[in-house]
Write a protein that binds this ligand. Structure first.
Ligand SMILES: [Zn+2]
Length: 283
């Protein structure tokens, strides 16, 4: 099977191609069981040579596609599997903080597909049981035949900047020193740009322009697609909404808060992009 080289070996395919060995993404709850001694960034997943150790604990399997020329599956395991020798349980968020792009995608895909099946067991139209289909990732109603696909919810995340400063906010539920870029879900009917203008104004009363798309990233809590942007502030006076945002401030590129998202996560990537650019201009 040939895939674009730009995908670096990751291919999100609902079908297996029946390779001799497979990669197993072992999930317990929402945490990931990784092979001890493996690289969390490059490939922490379990080789099917050890499948016999996991099999007694396996409750469900879903094909994820291919990774490094092998089929790849998520296995949902019971908590007892965490005691198997040679593996260790990692909190999903900790894995995502250090994962490379493809490992990040596979871990998100594994957790999201399990969660999607769990929450689509019955038809939303007629209430009859749904069942999985073999050809694609769809849950189909046994009666009215409606297909339900994995639900992906687009969100915008934006780092608002003004010269050598950027606007970072603290969510009301976060620890005192944790700040990040502003983010929110798209409303039905909105463009990403409209959502950006609305969210930034709702949360901090700032107006923006010169919106620049930086990139996108899956985020499995439970199924967001984060669309990342940088934008210029037209107004600089901050007035937080006091509900979702507890506190927001302008920070110079070389005086950022200590507790920030790592660059592998979209919020951190936006901040790094800004810091790199600002360092060239103001450094
Ligand atoms: Zn139905």
């Amino acid at each position: 099977m040939t895939i674009p080289t730009s995908l670096n070996g990751f291919y999100a395919n609902p079908l297996a191609i029946n390779t001799n060995s497979t990669w197993i993404i072992a999930v317990i709850g929402r945490d990931i069981l990784v092979a001890e001694g493996s690289s969390m960034a490059n490939n922490p997943f379990i080789d099917s040579g050890r499948a016999h150790l996991l099999e007694p604990f396996c409750q469900r399997k879903i094909t994820l596609g291919q990774w490094l020329s092998r089929d790849c599956e998520v296995w949902e395991l019971t908590p007892e599997a965490a005691v198997i020798k040679g593996v260790s349980l990692v909190v999903l968020r900790d894995l995502l903080a250090v994962a490379g792009e493809e490992v990040f995608s596979l871990a998100c895909r594994a957790v999201q597909l399990l969660g999607w099946q769990d929450t689509h067991r019955f038809c939303g139209s007629c209430g009859k049981p749904n069942h999985t289909t073999g050809k694609e990732h769809a849950m189909t109603c046994s009666d009215c035949k409606i297909n339900n696909y994995p639900r992906i919810s687009p969100c915008v995340i934006v780092l608002v900047t003004h010269g050598d400063r950027c606007l970072l906010a603290r969510n009301a539920s976060w620890a005192p020193n944790r700040f990040s870029a502003l983010a929110g879900f798209l409303e039905a009917g909105e463009s990403a740009e409209q959502a950006l203008h609305r969210e930034v104004f709702e949360e901090v009363s700032v107006e923006i322009n010169n919106i620049c798309y930086i990139g996108s990233q899956s985020w499995p809590y439970p199924g967001q697609l984060m669309l990342g942007f940088i934008a210029d502030a037209v107004t600089q006076n901050i007035k937080v909404d006091g509900i979702e945002i507890a506190e927001a401030n302008w920070f110079r590129y070389d005086q950022l808060p200590e507790s920030m998202a790592p660059p592998g996560i979209m919020a951190g990537a936006l901040i790094k992009h800004f810091v790199d650019q600002a360092t060239l201009v103001y450094g």
